[in-house]
Write a protein that binds this ligand. Structure first.
Ligand code: PMP
Length: 415
């Protein structure tokens, strides 16, 4: 691991050695893992730290005077500080642990909604949202009588910024937008979107699920009000995620769930709540998840976002070029000027499911379908796509394997 911090230039073969799951055969072929937007593989550092936690440090946190409890508490809170540093939050208590992006968005929709949303108010989302940044707001609108407004997109899957400017008005209470589209890879101009909303004193929540695995995030530089993301997409464990919120909002918002740890004093007549971040962390948390996520942060930082960004930009460019050069009936879905390392595509008139199934037989893991973004597919008039999403441990050779796999798909379907 320590050797990684001195790797220059980017040594992908050494990095791949850190990921045990990449070195297996699937259907008798070496695995090509191109489903990173759904979840990433985990480095040994993360796996080992979780194992060590259970072998040595396992104990419930925050309430124990004994040694193990203090050890576990320290490790968990240290992980919170690592995330604080990673995203440059002003305070560690602005970093709340959640189950993942989905829970973070539901927390805001519930608590922010309860505190500040009235009938007739408006929430803005974008045409590029994952279902998890649509449904919680619809549920909130049903509870409060607020309305959902949607920023439209063009055929390249870029948001219409003029339309966005037109949607911001005195009824808008919150803008909640995806940063990077999981389905198509579009990187939204979030700094500009935040600036425009703040001109009208409207807070902004970013769904950063696809941002943290790929790029440096600085919540203070962006001045973003809320940011949600998931551990499992950034080389950490499943079931753990983060909601960052500015102190001024979190202090005022009511708790999302009640239970142990989130209280200051309980009687049958009245309960008072604990301070941040505990007010929003009811019950025994995902302790090893938090600790494992801390290890994932260490790992990402040992490689560095600059190196990650360069390598992935090459994979995106190479993959796009290869698809378009080798096949005259490939349609790349999502051609935004600014994209992350996600290529969504269709092969002739072959159903994405068929393409994905045959690629799987060749050991190549891609995702097919609507990618939890049905409104995008409806807008583009397609049932779904084949999606290859790359991480920094993927290679050009793996893309070549996918290209020859697609050739076989076409042969089988005589496309
Ligand atoms: N938003 C985006 C952009 C995503 O890609 C995902 C996961 N595919 C989510 C939200 C939901 O994340 P999770 O399932 O980890 O809560």
């Amino acid at each position: 691991m320590s050797s990684l911090s001195v790797i220059t230039p980017f040594d992908v073969e050494t990095i791949r050695q850190d990921f045990p799951a990449l070195h297996q055969m699937v259907h008798g072929k070496p695995l090509v893992y191109f489903d990173n937007a759904a979840t990433s593989q985990k480095p040994s550092l993360v796996i080992d730290r979780i194992r060590k936690y259970y072998e040595r440090d396992n104990s419930n946190i925050h309430r124990g005077v004994h040694y193990l409890s203090q050890q576990a508490t320290e490790m968990y809170e240290e992980a919170r500080k690592k995330i604080q540093t990673l995203i440059n939050a002003r305070q560690s208590y602005e970093v709340l642990f959640t189950k993942g992006t989905t829970e973070g968005i539901n927390l805001i929709a519930y608590s922010f909604g309860q505190k500040w949303i009235k009938p007739g108010d408006e929430i803005i989302v974008s045409a590029l949202e994952h279902h998890s940044n649509i449904v919680p707001w619809q549920m909130m609108c049903e509870r409060t009588g607020a309305q959902l407004r949607v920023i439209p997109m063009n055929d390249a899957a870029e948001l219409d910024m003029e339309a966005y400017a037109g949607l911001l008005n005195e009824r808008t209470r919150l803008v909640a937008t995806v940063w990077i589209s999981n389905a198509l890879g579009t990187i939204n101009p979030v700094a500009e979107m935040i600036r425009m909303a703040h001109e009208r004193n409207i807070p902004v929540m970013l769904d950063g699920a696809q941002a943290l695995p790929h790029m440096q995030v600085d919540v203070q530089a962006l001045d973003v009000d809320f940011l949600t993301f998931s551990g499992h997409k950034m080389f950490g464990p499943t079931g753990i995620g983060v909601l960052y919120g500015k102190e001024k909002w979190l202090e005022e918002m009511p708790p999302f769930m009640g239970g142990g740890d989130m209280i200051e004093k309980v009687s049958f007549e009245k309960t008072t709540y604990n301070e941040l971040p505990h007010k929003f962390e009811a019950g025994t948390p995902h302790i090893e998840g938090g600790i494992g996520l801390g290890a994932a942060v260490d790992y990402i930082q040992s490689i560095g976002y600059e190196a990650i960004g360069k390598w992935e930009a090459d994979l995106l460019q190479y993959g796009t070029e290869q698809l378009l050069t080798h096949f005259d009936d490939i349609r790349i879905v999502g051609t935004a000027a600014h994209k992350a390392s996600v290529i969504s595509f269709l092969v002739g008139d072959i159903h994405p499911y068929d393409t994905g199934t045959i690629l799987d037989q060749l050991g190549i893991a891609v995702r097919t379908g609507h990618h939890c973004t049905q409104p995008i597919m409806t807008r583009l008039g397609i049932p779904g796509t084949v999606r290859a999403s790359f991480a920094f441990y993927n290679t050009r050779e793996e893309i070549d394997r996918m290209i020859s796999g697609i050739r076989q798909v076409k042969k089988m379907f005589k496309s």
